[in-house]
Design a protein around this ligand. Structure first.
Ligand SMILES: Cc1ncc(COP(=O)(O)O)c(C=O)c1O
Ligand SMILES: *[C@@H]1O[C@H](CO)[C@@H](O)[C@H](O)[C@H]1NC(C)=O
Ligand SMILES: *[C@@H]1O[C@H](CO)[C@@H](O)[C@H](O)[C@H]1NC(C)=O
Ligand SMILES: *[C@@H]1O[C@H](CO)[C@@H](O)[C@H](O)[C@H]1NC(C)=O
Ligand SMILES: *[C@@H]1O[C@H](CO)[C@@H](O)[C@H](O)[C@H]1NC(C)=O
Ligand SMILES: *[C@@H]1O[C@H](CO)[C@@H](O)[C@H](O)[C@H]1NC(C)=O
Length: 473
């Protein structure tokens, strides 16, 4: 209804926008004077009528946010212009000026780990999540602690304490351009210089492929990619750098190191209550986290690592200095706000973890119900577990489905899915067999619904005899 309004009668649009802006003004006015809101500090006590240089930007942001993309896409202030205004960018399989047209012959793209399942959360929190930066905001290379925002550091530590997913006391903190930048920074820092043989960088199959790709790309003198831990379990070699991804990407199981006596890099990208129970706080000497899977802001490129050892910390700091001179200061400013919102809303009805958990749990249950209805495919086994964050036994809510093709002739599972119109990430990317493939459950509702729609006939086709069971979906 709203879409039609906007397309047919532009004058009404302005009326709607004007009323919206009026409402917002009243809202902010109310916040300013009648609530103990901490979002506007008393020192910044200008009333809305005093706004001068932010007005244009704020109006532009709201006007673009109000462009209707039929809930199958969105417009951004920096989008490609179409008739002078940013065009809708549509979800896969949708097209048209307002993304209202469903393409008939289109594959479900569940290949990547884009965390768009959290987009509706931030839309619901529109007022709390907006950030305004001036044109002269932090032009310097330096911020409050050289390359690092001290307030952001403080709030990240506060968030871990509130969630209970990591012990951060007595550990140094570094910021990276995504946790991706920190992977090699840590491999470099943990490799002894001039050792008689280079450190062996290893991970347990199925593993996130970036560890291998990056280690091979940088091709350092002091370390080399040595593949699967299984190969080394009974060897007398000691100088390993072991990546432990917990919960793991792709199978989402909580994991620990399998090679003793090695340096361990714990990648806790998914160790948040959206994706897993938190049985106890992680306490590794080297632990990586990323905002990409916490708040969903993958495009901001921001990750962090806690490092116990001072020498390792110094080497990582050097690496970051010579590699990029630290993470973007704009990104740090924007994320400061999100990390605060996430902490402040813990336990409220705007708790991001509750939101993420509920969404992913429902998706997992629906996918499981479908896959269970025949024997053609199977999924990783995940169990309910006590979670210290929710203070209860909770269902699984994984970020990915690790799908196995059970039919003897379906030797390449990604290929089987591709023929059925599903783009997935095949097992060999994770060092595993082609019998497996990974489905992302992290993307938009559109992606997930399309996945189920395309998977249904594939599941049904396992054998004619189970057709009655299938018809219930
Ligand atoms: C296990 C794991 N670690 C690290 C990353 C990289 O995240 P980013 O560079 O966005 O922080 C990902 C992304 O999917 C991941 O799955
Ligand atoms: C589109 O349809 C054609 C023919 O009907 C088919 O060959 C092709 O694989 C389809 N493409 C997708 C993406 O489903
Ligand atoms: C490693 O070797 C290089 C060149 O031989 C030397 O300059 C450097 O100091 C050595 N580093 C350590 C930690 O011994
Ligand atoms: C490790 O084992 C290999 C054989 O597997 C042996 O040749 C080598 O001497 C051993 N090294 C040490 C330090 O024990
Ligand atoms: C699907 O099957 C698995 C394994 O047998 C079982 O644990 C799970 O509860 C089933 N889920 C649904 C939704 O049927
Ligand atoms: C279907 O069931 C019948 C009888 O139980 C069996 O003979 C037949 O092989 C089954 N078909 C398939 C494809 O499994």
């Amino acid at each position: 209804m709203k879409e039609q309004l906007i397309r047919e009668t532009p004058a009404k649009v302005y009326l709607v926008l004007f009323s919206l802006s009026l409402l917002l003004n009243i809202f902010f006015f109310y916040q300013q004077f009648f609530s103990q809101s901490h979002h506007l500090s008393p020192r910044l006590g200008s009333t809305v009528s005093d706004l001068s240089w932010t007005r244009h930007a704020a109006e532009e942001a709201e006007a673009v946010a109000a462009i209707s993309c039929s809930s199958h896409g969105r417009a951004y202030v920096d989008g490609v212009l179409d008739n002078g205004q940013p065009a809708c960018e549509c979800n896969t399989c949708y097209t048209g000026i307002d993304c209202s047209v469903l393409l008939s012959n289109c594959s479900a793209d569940v290949e990547g780990g884009d965390p768009l399942f959290l987009e509706p959360y931030w839309m619901q929190q529109a007022a709390k999540s907006a950030v305004v930066l001036s044109g002269w905001h932090r032009m310097s290379y330096a911020t409050t602690d050289r390359f690092k925002s001290l307030e952001l550091e403080k709030n990240i530590r506060r968030l871990h304490a509130a969630v209970g997913n990591a012990i951060t006391d007595g550990k140094h903190l570094v910021f990276g351009t995504g946790s991706t930048q920190l992977l090699n920074a840590l491999v470099y820092a943990l490799s002894p210089e001039n050792a008689s043989s280079p450190s062996s960088v290893v991970a347990t199959i199925p593993y996130y492929s970036m560890y291998k790709e990056q280690t091979e790309l940088f091709n350092g003198r002091d370390y080399e990619w040595e593949g699967a831990t299984a190969k080394w379990r009974n060897s007398n070699k000691t100088n390993f750098i072991e990546f432990v991804t917990s919960p793991n990407n792709p199978d989402c199981l909580l994991c620990d190191s399998v090679l003793g006596g090695s340096s361990v890099i714990y990648d806790h990208a998914y160790y948040w209550p959206h994706f897993t129970a938190i049985p106890k706080p992680a306490d590794g000497d080297v632990m990586i986290f990323t905002v990409s899977k916490l708040s969903g802001h993958a495009g901001s490129r921001f990750g962090w690592a806690f490092i116990k050892d001072e020498n390792v910390y110094n080497k990582v700091s050097n690496y970051l200095q010579y590699n990029s001179m630290g993470a973007s200061r704009e990104t740090q400013s924007r994320l400061l706000n999100y990390v605060k919102v996430i902490s402040d809303e813990i336990g409220s009805n705007a708790d991001i973890f509750e939101f993420g958990f509920n969404k992913l749990r429902k998706r997992w249950q629906r996918l499981q119900a479908l896959v269970n209805s025949s024997s053609r495919f199977s999924l990783q086994q995940l169990s309910t577990q006590y979670c210290t964050y929710f203070k209860k036994i909770r269902d699984p809510s994984p970020a990915y489905a690790w799908l196995k093709c059970e039919n003897e002739e379906d030797t390449d599972c990604a290929e089987v899915l591709m023929k059925g119109g599903i783009i997935s990430r095949g097992g060999t990317n994770f060092g595993a067999s082609t019998r497996y493939t990974r489905l992302s459950l992290l993307k938009t509702d559109d992606h997930f619904e399309m996945l189920l729609q395309k998977l249904k006939p594939l599941v049904a086709c396992s054998d004619e005899n189970s057709s009655e069971m299938i018809s219930s979906f």
